[in-house]
Write a protein that binds this ligand. Structure first.
Ligand code: ADP
Length: 469
């Protein structure tokens, strides 16, 4: 704790006796004083609330209280004693019985926090029963009053002074340790409050930043969608016209012209594919891609895939093997989108397959675990797994390092390394694959060891529509 802070707290926070004093400790101290000196002792706050009390009812008080006028006089005196606030040091309050109360202020760090009251006791020098006692009630019996008064403790003035001082010092110690504990807890509360305030502030900043990022993301998506859309129309013309030129509709081309036109055409195709991917991704992100589902046979999908890929595989001297488990259930999928998924993955497999190797296409029975497409709710614990068909595309290429395997499904992500860069691509294919598969309620995962190829598994839930329907 810095000196400045502690000084500030010392001055500011000693306000109430009841905040800094431990009541149990105070009561124990009062009781031991009472046992030691047989003088009643009470401690009050500044407002007159009693905090500790060690007393014994005296015979004379009992007697006076048994008489009507005596009782009234006694209670008036007691409330007067309670009300007395000794501003300029200890004061003595006399009772009509001849007894006295000594009222001592409790001062800590220059502030008056309360007072303690010693008494009643009879000053040792008093011998006679005072007249004020004998006239307090018409029914008073002087003899009985004298006897009762003789049981009241008799104390010399110096002794009361010393008891008062001693008690003041003891209270000072109790207040000191109570004050320290109070300050410590105040500091603790203040620092917890400060941490909470800082956290709330940071949280607010984060929420604002999150809101801005979401807005930026939305703007980016809209921008991409608009630009892509605007690019597509002129690009279709470029491809169309270069196609016409290449076929000689506008006149024969020489060899070099033919080559240039074909480059324009193939680059145009590439650009168009990129733009289509961007538009697809945008639709999938907005959840606005409509699926036109049909009941499909997984075996037919895989056979079709093999047929489509065979020419390009042959060009690279890569074989394609196929294994389809019998009795697979039908799927309920959008054939165009699922062909796009399988085609994308197989194109990647072919890209990374070395000549002479083979790609395996597999269709087999499987299950999708509850929460497989991760809806994030606890209900998955009660749900049953869904029957599914899993289509595997396995190559013998360069493979994918473990730490990259979850990232390759992010948009624009490509595994950093010369070997993948040299194969081109945009990094959009797998992110579209994942979103399309998940939109079908399916899952996609990869298994791979670098240097030992990669296996992509697409699981699609079984159709609950009757086959051929
Ligand atoms: P790209 O257009 O770059 O192929 P994808 O999203 O389809 O984008 O793939 C992302 C990255 O994942 C690729 O750039 C490549 O690094 C890696 N990858 C995908 N399939 C394979 C595979 N069969 N073998 C090795 N790496 C792969």
């Amino acid at each position: 704790m810095s000196g400045a802070v502690s000084a500030e707290l010392e001055l500011a926070d000693v306000a109430r006796l009841e905040d800094i004093v431990d009541r149990r400790a105070l009561n124990e101290v009062c009781r031991s004083f009472f046992e030691l000196f047989s003088i009643s002792l009470r401690v009050f706050t500044r407002e007159g609330v009693m905090l500790a009390d060690a007393h014994e009812e005296r015979e004379i008080c009992r007697y006076v209280n048994s008489l009507g006028d005596g009782r009234r006089a006694c209670s008036a005196l007691v409330s007067e004693v309670k009300r007395t606030d000794p501003v300029d040091g200890p004061t003595v309050h006399a009772c009509f019985t001849g007894a006295e109360y000594r009222i001592v202020p409790i001062v800590y760090q220059g502030q008056r926090l309360g007072r303690f009251v010693l008494g009643p006791y009879v000053p040792a020098e008093r011998r006679e029963v005072p007249r004020s006692l004998l006239v307090i009630d018409a029914r008073i019996d002087p003899e009985q009053a004298r006897n009762a008064l003789s049981e009241m403790p008799r104390v010399r003035k110096e002794t009361v002074d010393r008891i008062g001082e001693h008690l003041s010092r003891t209270l000072d110690l109790i207040l000191f340790s109570g004050h320290r504990a109070f300050l410590t807890s105040q500091m603790h509360v203040a620092s917890v409050r400060e941490s909470f305030r800082e956290l709330a502030e940071k949280n607010q900043h984060l929420q604002e930043a999150f809101g801005r990022l979401k807005e930026l993301d939305r703007l980016k998506s809209n921008f991409l969608a608009t630009v892509s859309h605007e690019l597509r129309t002129p690009l279709t013309s470029i491809i169309g016209y270069s196609d016409m030129l290449a076929t000689g509709i506008a006149g024969e081309l020489n060899g070099e012209q033919q080559e240039f036109v074909e480059t324009i055409r193939s680059k145009g195709d590439h650009l168009l594919a990129l733009i289509t991917s961007l538009l697809d991704l945008n639709k999938l992100e907005q959840g606005s891609m409509r699926l036109h589902r049909e009941v499909m046979d997984a075996g037919a999908l895989v056979t079709d895939l093999k047929k489509t890929m065979t020419p390009s595989a042959m060009k690279k001297s890569v074989g394609i093997d196929m294994k389809i488990e019998p009795g697979l259930p039908p799927l309920h999928v959008d054939p165009v989108r699922i062909r796009q998924v399988l085609f994308n993955i197989t194109e990647n497999a072919l890209k990374f397959s070395p000549p002479g190797s083979a790609i395996q296409l597999i269709a087999r029975h499987a299950e999708i675990a509850p929460g497989g497409s991760d809806d994030g709710f606890g209900a998955v614990l009660l749900a049953m797994p869904t029957r599914a068909v899993e289509i595997g595309i396995i190559d013998a290429g360069i493979g994918i390092p473990k730490e990259e395997q979850s990232k390759i499904f992010d948009a624009f992500y490509q595994v950093d390394g010369g070997s993948t860069r040299e194969h081109g691509g945009t990094g959009l294919g797998l992110s579209i694959v994942k979103r399309i598969v998940e939109a079908h309620g399916g899952t996609v995962r990869v298994e791979s060891e670098p240097g030992h190829g990669a296996a992509f598994w697409v699981a699609l839930p079984e159709s609950d529509e009757p086959a051929g329907g």
